[in-house]
Design a protein around this ligand. Structure first.
Ligand code: 3HC
Length: 320
């Protein structure tokens, strides 16, 4: 690290980043770094919370007690991921209640993928296999993100995501080894979830307005397209093992690049969904607002209890 007195705070900060020194809440940081992290971490948290809805829809209709237990555990994990991430955003000075208001008012973004409907049980398998698989591809690099609390939250999240992905793939395997009708359900789910899963990684690098800066600050360790490509290359052999076909006529192995070439993503669909016009955007926000309103009494009771405990501890300290 340069020892000269006159390097700017920004340069000293960037030197820490370049030397892989993790940034902690009490460290000086450029306002833009803080803002980008609050933006990304809050959207990530919102995605975890809204992501509970498509799957929660099938808890009461799971085909067996075992499947119900696995899905219940997964949905509960997602709630926990959301709470860790809201906590990580608070270490940057964000106010949790305002972040949640922004979600409920439709002002805040969350991952586009959660605006698609879960029409059959096979969708639960496809979500675990593909959506959680994509989430892992995107979240493992975040375990070495430059901001300490975010990176540490991701370590635990990724451990739980691996269980989510495995239970999803197992559901798909059971269907693909089942009756022809069950295999058809799995193929139908793959047809509907494949392209929205590729969209999870964000716009092409050339269209990504945040990537360059986020990579300079080592918030993002790989670009949107790099992670998307890895996801495609990982999923192709998995689909082969399942015996179902990825719905992309242009998907083929490129001996030169040692990667799979794939077809064009429908970015018009992507931006339409991001803008709130996806199949389930309105329903998701309505459900979230209803749950938040119905949970008001729980929040009030918890706050009252915490206040009572605080007063009791303060009185005890006075008389001790
Ligand atoms: N859905 C909604 N909005 C998206 C999006 C998506 N799939 N991809 C990109 N966007 C938005 C960005 O938020 C940004 O909008 P903003 O300026 O209003 O915030 C705009 O499109 C431009 O995109 P960029 O690529 O420039 O934005 P980022 O650098 O933030 O990259 C990202 C997008 C790759 C999603 C990045 O934010 C990221 O890695 N986030 C953390 C991981 C995450 O949030 N994953 C979401 C799924 S969580 C999940 O799947 C849970 C699992 O348990 C199922």
């Amino acid at each position: 690290m340069s020892d000269s007195k006159n390097i700017s705070l920004e340069d000293r900060f960037q030197e820490k980043i370049d030397n892989n020194i993790q940034i902690e809440p009490k460290d000086w940081m450029p306002e833009g770094y803080r803002k980008t992290l609050i933006r990304q971490i809050s959207q990530h948290a919102h995605s975890e919370i809204v992501g509970m809805l498509p799957e929660g829809n099938w808890i009461s209709r799971a085909p067996s007690l075992r499947r119900k237990m696995g899905l219940l555990a997964k949905v509960q994990d997602e709630a926990g991921h959301g709470l860790y991430l809201y906590g990580a955003a608070e270490t940057l000075g964000a106010d949790r209640a305002s972040l949640i208001d922004d979600l409920h008012s439709g002002k805040a973004k969350y991952s586009s993928i959660f605006n698609y409907p879960t029409l059959t049980w096979a969708d639960i398998g496809a979500i675990g296999w593909l959506v959680d698989g994509a989430a892992i591809m995107n979240q493992v690099p975040l375990c070495s993100c430059s901001y300490g609390p975010y990176a540490r939250a991701m370590v635990r999240v990724c451990k739980e995501e691996s269980f989510h992905q495995r239970q999803g793939f197992e559901i798909m395997m059971a269907l693909c080894n089942g009756s022809p009708e069950q295999k058809e359900l799995a193929q139908d789910a793959l047809n509907r979830w494949w392209w929205p899963s590729l969209m999870m990684f964000g716009p092409n690098d050339s269209e990504s307005k945040h990537s360059a800066q986020s990579m300079k600050w080592k918030i993002k360790r790989f670009s949107n397209d790099e992670l998307r490509q890895r996801f495609v290359d990982m999923s192709v052999p998995q689909a082969k093992i399942l015996g179902i076909t990825i719905p992309d006529a242009d998907l083929k192995w490129n001996e030169e690049t040692k990667q799979h070439d794939y077809g064009k993503i429908d970015w018009e669909e992507f931006w339409n969904v991001v803008k709130g016009n996806g199949p389930c955007n309105k329903q998701r926000l309505k459900t979230r607002n209803k749950a938040h309103d119905q949970g008001k009494w729980v929040r009030e009771a918890a706050t009252a209890y915490a206040e009572k405990r605080r007063q009791r501890n303060a009185n005890r300290a006075k008389t001790a």
